[in-house]
Design a protein around this ligand. Structure first.
Ligand SMILES: *[C@@H]1O[C@H](CO)[C@@H](O)[C@H](O)[C@H]1NC(C)=O
Ligand SMILES: *[C@@H]1O[C@H](CO)[C@@H](O)[C@H](O)[C@H]1NC(C)=O
Ligand SMILES: *[C@@H]1O[C@H](CO)[C@@H](O)[C@H](O)[C@H]1NC(C)=O
Length: 560
């Protein structure tokens, strides 16, 4: 099934789903107080992990080793799985007491299971829950803890290196050198150029601009793999003079980055042979700059706040007639509800309190029957929050018969309302909150100019807007808001700082699998979150790397 390339596609290019584009996370499992099934000894537990991505089929990811005679096992084997933000990935961890060596588990005692989503695990980092034998049947006092890490040596990560050089020895008789660096990865046949810096003109203490390079091109994700750095004096005719060479590896650079830059003597072996007392041709310092990814922000405690806004304009049609877009079928279905479920099910995992504000616009509302362009679905302005996605759905169903559909279709009030809340979030100076506004509408915007201004303003805040168009209207005007072909401008000419709007017509997904809508509108969100916090130089509330146990910070035997 074709898939929108994830944000990692930037590195890999061309929208091709190369294996290294996929974000791979590592899960480790431990249990406490398992049921004791064996008569003369303790249980011998083993964990099986099953996955079901986007409502397809369950399949087995792998099994841990069996821990003998233990009711609180810490399984050594890690599960490595592909993470997709925009899909609901259900996980099932099943614990068995292994009595004999058959692959079939039906002859082994079942000690309990955990059913959860990868989104839940990732947003908690360490996820502890009671084990159950069946829904609502606890497995004694047994609990399971799933921890996730997004390893620093993952292939799809980039590293950012900054280098400078001191004490560079004079190369030629005619003044200063024009130095540049070349970074090489080792391969089977020799050395392969990974990056060449710019030339710093006439300088014996050059500082090169920081550069970003995929870990793949620098060391294939192998932290011990040698990296060779050559330093040259640039000549216009291309016959660059070697200044010196040194070797290092990612482990060395990573360790150094925690304390101070790594320093390397640049050695020219010919000079070393010829000159007595030769020490080096200069000392190069290399510093690894930390660059957080979407998962680093989420695992470091960033919350995604989700707000829903629903179009109650008259063009939807009388909700009591089946022709209306607000008509709820006997099966409990309409396009508004479907859009809320589809997007909400993915996003809810990234909010710890799971309270979601929901608003309506374009209706006459009681008691005064004035037209409102932003009213809480629960009619409680002091507390518009609904408990869970189910709560949003309930509030919508209760609200619908109480309002009169009217018009016009104004987006700017809800966008400005959310922008004022997102602005408050910026006062925390950490990457702690990012807001997503889902607007579901049946028609063409009336306040286009105000909406463009509102979006341009919001583009400087930690928020993104998803617009889903329901019904059969002509939505071409919406493509202007979705800045995919050129940055959005306010009527004043002011440009959006970044693209924060994603628009899709619902009808495009009518015959598609259920998860396709969310997949399409959410695929760009991780990139938007990541770029916002990076540009603002905001760090996650907790550094996900500093929380690692010492033995977790290095690659180790893993389950594939
Ligand atoms: C495994 O154990 C079960 C019950 O403990 C038994 O019925 C089954 O025959 C055993 N299988 C093997 C291959 O020993
Ligand atoms: C190793 O690097 C060299 C130099 O770039 C290149 O020509 C060669 O194809 C590479 N070998 C492999 C196996 O990738
Ligand atoms: C955003 O979500 C977090 C946690 O889910 C919550 O504590 C916070 O109050 C929310 N902020 C707003 C403005 O709703």
């Amino acid at each position: 099934r074709p898939r929108v390339p994830p944000w990692g596609g930037k590195v890999c290019g061309g929208g091709i789903m190369a294996a290294q584009c996929v974000t791979k996370v590592e899960l480790t499992v431990s249990c406490e107080s398992l049921l004791d099934m064996d008569l003369f000894s303790k249980s011998d537990p083993m964990c099986v992990l099953l996955i079901n991505t986007a409502g397809s089929q369950w399949y087995e990811v792998g099994r841990t080793e069996t821990v003998k005679n233990c009711l609180s096992p810490k399984f050594a084997k890690k599960f490595i799985i592909d993470y997709y933000f925009e899909l609901v990935q259900r996980l099932k961890f099943q614990i068995y007491d292994i009595d004999n060596k058959t692959v079939d588990l039906s002859d082994d005692d079942f000690l309990g299971e955990l059913d959860c989503t990868l989104g839940q695990v990732v947003s908690c980092r360490t996820f502890t829950r009671p084990l159950v034998l069946a829904p609502k049947r606890p497995a004694g006092k047994g609990t399971i803890t799933v921890s996730v890490i997004y390893p620093i040596w993952s292939l799809q990560r980039n590293v950012v290196l900054e280098s400078w050089m001191g004490l560079l020895h004079r190369q030629d008789f005619f003044g200063k050198s024009d130095p540049f660096l070349e970074f090489y990865k080792q391969n089977e046949t020799g050395w392969q150029l990974a990056h060449r810096t710019e030339v710093v003109k006439r300088n014996l203490n050059p500082t090169w601009r920081p550069f970003r390079v995929p870990l793949q091109s620098l060391c294939d994700g192998d932290m011990d793999k040698p990296i060779k750095v050559e330093c040259y004096d640039h000549n216009n005719d291309g016959s660059h003079d070697l200044i010196g060479i040194f070797e290092t590896n990612m482990k060395r650079l990573q360790e150094a980055s925690r304390t101070s830059p790594a320093e390397f003597e640049c050695i020219n072996s010919q000079k070393k042979q010829k000159k007595k007392g030769y020490k080096n041709s200069g000392v190069v310092s290399v510093k690894m700059l930390k660059e957080y990814t979407f998962l680093d922000y989420i695992m470091g405690g960033c919350q995604i706040n989700f707000t829903v806004a629903i179009d109650f304009t008259g063009s939807n049609g009388d909700p009591n007639t089946p022709q209306s877009l607000h008509y709820i079928s006997p099966q409990g279905y309409n396009e508004y509800l479907s859009a809320i479920w589809s997007v909400g099910m993915v996003i809810q995992d990234y909010s710890s309190h799971k309270m979601f504000p929901a608003f309506g616009f374009g209706a006459q509302i009681p008691p005064t029957w004035q037209v409102s362009h932003q009213f809480p679905l629960n009619f409680n302005p002091a507390n518009p929050f609904c408990p869970g996605i189910q709560g949003v759905v309930e509030a919508y169903k209760v609200c619908l018969p109480q309002v009169k559909l009217y018009g016009p279709t104004n987006f700017s009030p809800v966008i400005n309302h959310l922008a004022s809340i997102a602005l408050q979030a910026t006062q925390q100076r950490t990457a702690s909150q990012y807001h997503v506004l889902l607007i579901i509408t049946d028609g063409v915007i009336t306040d286009m100019d105000q909406t463009c201004s509102a979006i341009v303003n919001a583009s400087r805040l930690p928020m993104s807007i998803i617009i889903i168009g329901v019904g059969r209207a002509d939505f071409t005007a919406m493509d202007i808001l979705d800045g995919d072909d050129g940055r959005l401008r306010a009527p004043t000419g002011e440009m959006a700082a970044r693209d924060i709007v994603q628009f899709v017509p619902f009808r495009k997904f009518q015959n598609a699998p259920r998860e396709a809508l969310a997949q399409s509108v959410l695929a760009e969100l991780p990139g938007q979150v990541e770029s916002y916090f990076r540009i603002q130089k905001l760090n996650p509330p907790n550094d996900p790397e500093s929380q690692l146990q010492p033995n977790e910070s290095q690659p180790s035997a893993s389950a594939q």
